[in-house]
Design a protein around this ligand. Structure first.
Ligand code: SOE
Length: 381
């Protein structure tokens, strides 16, 4: 890292939606947080020379590459950030780890459990820092939920109830994009948005012992993007599953891209023996809380506005009540990653957490096929 005079050189592979969110985070992080080592946005990488050059200019990268193998070998790159479609994660991550780089990978870690196991093992052997960008963990309201659970203020956890609902592919004329092709996406709503609520469940409640799931593909044929005909949709449009947690709680999970009117509604509720919390990304700065020992005359859910400076990350931004948004969760993620690189400690969620999430996704698909309860693989990494 010395060749970057104390800064952390970043090389990002990909530059679409997540690439824009990550680029914004690298640009913003030092303006609002004291980070151990500032990032230097060394290069962005994409296959198309022109489009990648334009992305470098628009997103604030010093240079661009068109071959990730060149990017990962650059001396001015200490951290490789992978924001490409899932089918490319494994090859890019393994090359970056082999080159001795720290790695941030978008979620889900991989398209298959086998890939995730291999990537997590390689990351453990590499001796560098690794992290998966499950960004919602770092919404201040989610951090408050974690504090209330960990401090026992909800008592024994009995229920986890989560739904991540979108509706962007409801129109049958929506084309057969890469996210709808198993060989590129690994799975559909289950792996894309279901992964988020699995990770949040792991973060807030703990390991999952077994699942019983179902998946559905409502629109089975879609127009090809080049207009030359139609193609088969080979992933789920929606998934729903039950879970038993190792700690005794029970869970319900739903991930759908056909929830009409729900553009990006990621929500969960936790019920414990002494209270409950409820989070809704559409009201990201709030946490609904209920405590059974509140005086009877004021019993009921109340809304905490999680913008007071005492909450994690909140104080770095604006005065109380000046709310945060989706993009701030990525700035918080990058801040913790940069600090982790400085201390040599991989911040959660690590690749091992990404592997454990993939194991649940894999179990849900096996359960949907067998119509039986299935235990996620729990192999040692
Ligand atoms: C598409 O479903 C998507 O971009 C996800 O891939 C992201 O993880 C989520 O944050 C927003 O929706």
């Amino acid at each position: 890292m010395q060749q970057n005079n104390g800064r952390i050189g970043v090389g990002m592979v990909g530059y679409s939606f997540m690439g824009r969110a990550h680029s914004n985070a690298y640009r913003q992080v030092t303006r609002f947080f004291d980070v151990a080592s500032a990032p230097r946005m060394a290069a962005v990488c994409g296959r198309d020379e022109g489009a990648t050059a334009r992305a470098a200019d628009a997103l604030g990268w010093d240079s661009h590459e068109t071959d990730y193998r060149r990017l990962v070998e650059r001396d001015d790159v200490d951290l490789v950030d992978v924001v490409t479609p899932g089918y490319t994660h494994r090859e890019i991550v393994l090359a970056a780890l082999d080159a001795g780089k720290h790695v941030l990978c978008e979620k889900p870690l991989a398209n298959t459990l086998e890939e995730a196991r291999e990537m997590a093992a390689a990351a453990g052997d590499a001796g560098t820092v690794n992290m998966v960008c499950f960004n919602y963990r770092r919404a201040p309201a989610v951090q408050l939920a974690k504090t209330l659970v960990d401090e026992g203020r909800l008592g024994e956890i009995r229920h986890w109830r989560a739904a991540y609902l979108q509706d962007f592919i409801m129109d049958p004329s929506f084309p057969l994009i890469w996210r709808l092709q198993r060989e590129k996406a690994g799975s559909g709503a289950l792996g894309d948005i279901g992964a988020h609520i699995v990770d949040l469940a792991h973060f807030l409640v703990g390991p999952i012992a077994e699942v019983s799931g179902m998946t559905e593909t409502f629109v089975k044929e879609r127009p090809l993007e080049d207009g030359t005909g139609t193609g088969e949709v080979t992933v789920d449009d929606a998934a729903a599953f039950l879970a038993r947690f190792e700690g005794g709680a029970i869970g319900t999970f739903e991930a759908s891209r056909f929830a009409a009117g729900r553009r990006n509604r990621n929500s969960f509720e936790i019920n414990g023996s002494r209270g409950s919390v409820a989070f809704d990304l559409e009201r990201m700065n709030e946490l609904e809380v209920y405590f059974a020992d509140d005086p009877e005359d004021v019993q009921g859910f109340r809304t905490v506005n999680v913008t007071e400076p005492g909450h994690p990350y909140a104080g770095a931004w604006w005065p109380p009540g000046h709310i945060l948004g989706y993009e701030h969760t990525f700035v918080h993620t990058i801040k913790d990653l940069l600090d982790g690189i400085k201390t040599g400690r991989s911040p959660a969620p690590t690749f091992e957490d990404g592997y454990r999430c993939q194991a649940v996704l894999d179990a849900v698909e096996r359960s949907a096929a067998s119509r039986e309860w299935v235990a996620p693989e729990n192999g040692g990494i």
